[in-house]
Ligand binder design. Sequence first.
Ligand SMILES: NC(=O)c1ccc[n+]([C@@H]2O[C@H](COP(=O)([O-])OP(=O)(O)OC[C@H]3O[C@@H](n4cnc5c(N)ncnc54)[C@H](O)[C@@H]3O)[C@@H](O)[C@H]2O)c1
Length: 479
Amino acid sequence: MENARNFYIDGKWVAPTDGRDFDVIDPSTEEATVVISLGGQADTDAAVAAASAAFPTWRLSSKAERVDLMESILAVYLRRSDEMGEAISREMGAPIEMSKVQQSGTGSFHLKAFIRSLKDFEFEGSLRAGEDDTRIIHEPIGVCALITPWNWPMNQIALKVIPALATGCTMILKPSEQSPLSAILFTEIMHEAGVPAGVYNMLNGDGPGVGSQLSAHKDVDMVSFTGSTRAGRAITIAAAETIKRVSLELGGKGANIVFADADPKAVAQGITRCFNNTGQSCNAPTRMLVERSRYDEAVGQAVAAANAISVNAASESGRHIGPLVSQMQFDKVQDLIQKGIDEGAKLVAGGVGRPEGLNRGFFVKPTVFADCNNDMNIMREEVFGPVLSMMAFDTEEDAIVIANDTDYGLTNYIQTSDPEKARRVARAVRSGMVDINGKGRGAGSPFGGMKQSGNGREGGKWGLDEFLEVRAIGGWPVE
Ligand SMILES: NC(=O)c1ccc[n+]([C@@H]2O[C@H](COP(=O)([O-])OP(=O)(O)OC[C@H]3O[C@@H](n4cnc5c(N)ncnc54)[C@H](O)[C@@H]3O)[C@@H](O)[C@H]2O)c1
């Protein structure tokens, strides 16, 4: 990859001033696949300076100009979409076919959705009908630091870069050092599409380096972050000194409430959903709560579904799951599986160690625990691996209490054929998002959580609002 060691600052690929080498590991082989540079303070300062210099002009760009630019980006993206799938598969281990469709597909999906949202967005208007002398104006917040994770790399980049661009902000993207290849390719796409110099900048770096430097930088107006609750807390503290806005998308521990009247396929679908992307999704339904009359049958269905999942290298074609992203994640997931056993949960599928025949690579057995309770680590911590925890409940009220007994509040799932119950439970669970009977949310819906799952909303009109200041001007001379 030609630009692997370089950064993109002020419309050009440049060598780092302050960089050091870092090996990107292929999770299927545990071997270095590319060497990138991790930047230092001088690189951070140069990128922030470029974004600051571009802001006064870009903030005045018209909505039509920005829609045109987003359409150009979409055209280039669609042409290079397969390459994007390959880059993501190589850097974080998503199986190649899944990566080309699901991982890479998020880029064009969000681009299209944001083009629609921007076309509909009113940047200026009256306070309310008849109060035309109070003008409400939405303005871009300024220079934004966009810090993204490795699990859905293009999804997160698109959910931050595109709305920042659409609202007239300028930005510095710092992707995860574990998944830089997709970000480098995306930067080539932005360059080819003709993004003006300085509007979009990209630096590779780690959390303690570029991540912290951006969070604390006096010339950065906002940090938009997706990743662990640990890093979200550190960023908030670093940002406090300069009172910058911090938007956070953090972890989750979604409950999937399966009532006795649910579709017979609900349990198997819950497993597929939980283990997709090798369980590395913040909105994965990792706690399956099943009404007692159906519980034993559900455990049997979950075991059959988990045992039917194959695990293999990311480069192999097929519908298997791939490895975890890194040694660190592998160790963390192994540790949590062992804790589940030690705490008395009933291991009914998978377990510690690699699947048979896979001696190298960060591969984990698809694992199911039954008879869990809410005090266990596997029910409280975000595992971020192919591990499902099951528990029985007796009444609707119990299910709601268990679902809400968590520090997180990102997505909950409800399976029932009773529409009244579905509406009641959807209102009662505390999460930014709820999926009923496997129906996804429409394009342009807000994505985000409550409690320690964060405070941001990404996507659609709400995703644009995140990057805007709202101003109120009284005595506006009416035209
Ligand atoms: N909610 C999500 O989408 C999501 C994504 C990735 C990881 N996670 C969770 O995080 C756990 C650990 O994964 P991880 O260590 O790769 O995630 P992380 O939060 O450490 O890293 C995510 C991003 O934040 C940056 N970062 C890390 N520390 C930072 C700091 N102090 N200041 C600024 N930026 C910082 C990283 O360089 C990366 O770009 C996972 O097990 C999982 O539970 C959640």
